[in-house]
Ligand binder design. Structure first.
Ligand code: CMC
Length: 432
């Protein structure tokens, strides 16, 4: 394989080093190009740009491959659970029993949100967007844990284990509190003895004198949904975490920025948009053809939600796993959800349609995740916050890579300026 490439501009040739990843991914290193030639590379939205070297997740979009730290997502989904996968994503290895126990303990003891912080939540209108509340609450964490969030990499890395456990555990608690707050219900405190997902369900659904004890299928389904979201390479929100982190911002601040990026309907918000679409097909008694026809118009606001992916061009392996799990979970819970039938019909229709086939648009993870969350009893407006709980390990691991990289530098892309050329200031009186 080539170790250098070259770029010819006019008569001059510029040698460019080639970087080859452990899975054979190839990149041309253009870092020195500007100094050598005055040219920058242009790549709108960084779609063909490697913004970092990373050891966390390998994704091959053409072949539908997703691996965390080398482990295929299919094996993790089958054998692991969310907390173990989170440990793997964050620390690089599957935990041994002692490490798993300590990690679990750390998550358990950091689950509570202090009374003062609760007051921030209670300051929001109950109708506020859950993602707006979640990002604001997470961005407030440095105020409560200043010693873990000094905005100094060396210092913050010394306390990484605590900060990571606080971020993961408290994001989950905050989401449960947002749910209760919006419903006008009193907060439920976490229980030390409960595992991560069961504790979350307890904080969501328990009532005074009546603890919610999920059937094993529900806890398992929740584990699967969160696990499948644990990390996904340099997606929009994770890149945001890295970008913010690169300025030496602490873990909590960087994650909060990632949560803001996740909120958009083209990213994490898609799971809500999918359910809205399915619900509206159901309400109108349509077979989905209206949505398919509108999606084919090419307008960004009419896309078939839950379809397509910025990197998967064949299938999204997470969608395959979650689509199959959907059937199992709903059958075991005895739920006959008409939206599942609509989703399946829509998928079949789209997969036969030349517009989607020729553009290699397939269902993504969000196409079926909402149906499982609905079966668990999570309301639609909370879906994207569930994605945030799941993605927290990925944010944490990526922030750590940035913070621990001795050769790291602040993320600062270039641009090609296309605005007005230099002109002189015009006094107000002379303006038309
Ligand atoms: N419905 C209709 N047309 C689509 C769709 C869609 N869902 N997605 C892409 N296209 C079209 C797009 O308009 C373009 O058409 P043309 O070549 O005629 O201009 C073509 O397909 C190629 O688009 P692309 O370059 O593959 O799309 P992208 O990389 O700009 O966007 C995406 C990727 C995920 C934002 C987009 O597919 C989309 O908007 N999907 C719906 C929203 C969604 O489900 N998002 C969740 C993504 S998975 C969770 C996550 O990781 O965030």
């Amino acid at each position: 394989m080539a170790t250098t490439a070259s770029l010819k501009i006019d008569d001059k040739e510029y040698p460019l080093p080639v970087i080859i990843g452990t899975e054979g991914e190839k990149a041309v290193d253009t870092r020195a190009l500007r100094t050598a030639s005055g040219y920058v590379s242009f790549d709108q939205g960084y779609g063909n740009t490697g913004s970092c070297e990373s050891q966390i997740t390998y994704l091959d979009g053409d072949n539908g491959i997703l691996r965390h730290r080398g482990y295929p997502i299919e094996q993790l989904a089958h054998f692991s659970d969310f907390v173990e996968t989170a440990y793997l994503v964050i620390y690089g290895e599957l935990p041994n029993p002692a490490q798993r126990k300590e990690f679990g303990l750390n998550l358990r003891k950091n689950a509570v949100i202090e009374t003062q912080m609760q007051k921030i939540l209670e300051g929001f209108p109950t109708s506020a967007s859950p993602m707006a509340m979640l990002s604001a609450m997470v961005s407030a964490l440095p105020a409560y844990y200043p010693h873990l969030a000094t905005n100094n990499f060396e210092q913050d890395l010394k306390h990484f284990d605590s900060a990571a456990a606080i971020a993961m555990s408290k994001i989950r608690t905050i989401v449960a509190m947002i749910y209760r707050y919006q419903k006008g219900l009193p907060f439920v405190f976490p229980k030390q003895e409960l595992p991560f997902c069961e504790n979350f369900l307890h904080m969501l659904f328990s009532e005074p004198y009546q603890d919610y004890v999920p059937v094993p299928e529900v806890a398992k389904a929740l584990n699967l949904v969160l696990l499948l979201h644990a990390d996904h390479e340099q997606n929009c929100s994770t890149s945001t975490v890295r970008m913010v982190g690169s300025s030496a911002s602490n873990l909590f601040t960087s994650i909060s920025a990632g949560i803001c990026a996740l909120a958009g309907p083209l990213h994490g918000g898609a799971n809500v948009a999918v359910m809205q679409m399915l619900q509206s097909i159901h309400d109108e008694g349509d077979d989905g053809s209206r949505f398919i026809a509108a999606a084919k118009s090419g307008s960004k606001s009419n896309r078939l939600m839950g379809f397509g992916h910025a990197v998967y061009r064949n299938f999204d392996p997470r969608a395959k796993i979650i689509g199959e799990a959907c059937d199992t979970v709903l059958t075991r819970l005895g739920i006959d959800d008409p939206l599942l039938k609509i989703a399946k019909n829509l998928e079949q229709a789209a997969l036969k349609d030349d517009y989607f086939v020729s553009r290699r648009l397939y269902p993504n993870v969000d196409f079926y995740s909402g149906i499982i969350m609905r079966a668990i009893g999570i309301p639609m407006n909370m879906f994207t916050t569930m994605f945030a709980i799941g993605r927290a390990p990925g944010y944490i691991a990526n922030w750590r890579e940035v913070a621990a990289n001795p050769k790291g530098r602040i993320y600062r892309p270039r641009q090609i300026y296309m605005g007005a050329v230099k002109r002189d200031y015009v006094p107000m009186a002379q303006r038309a």
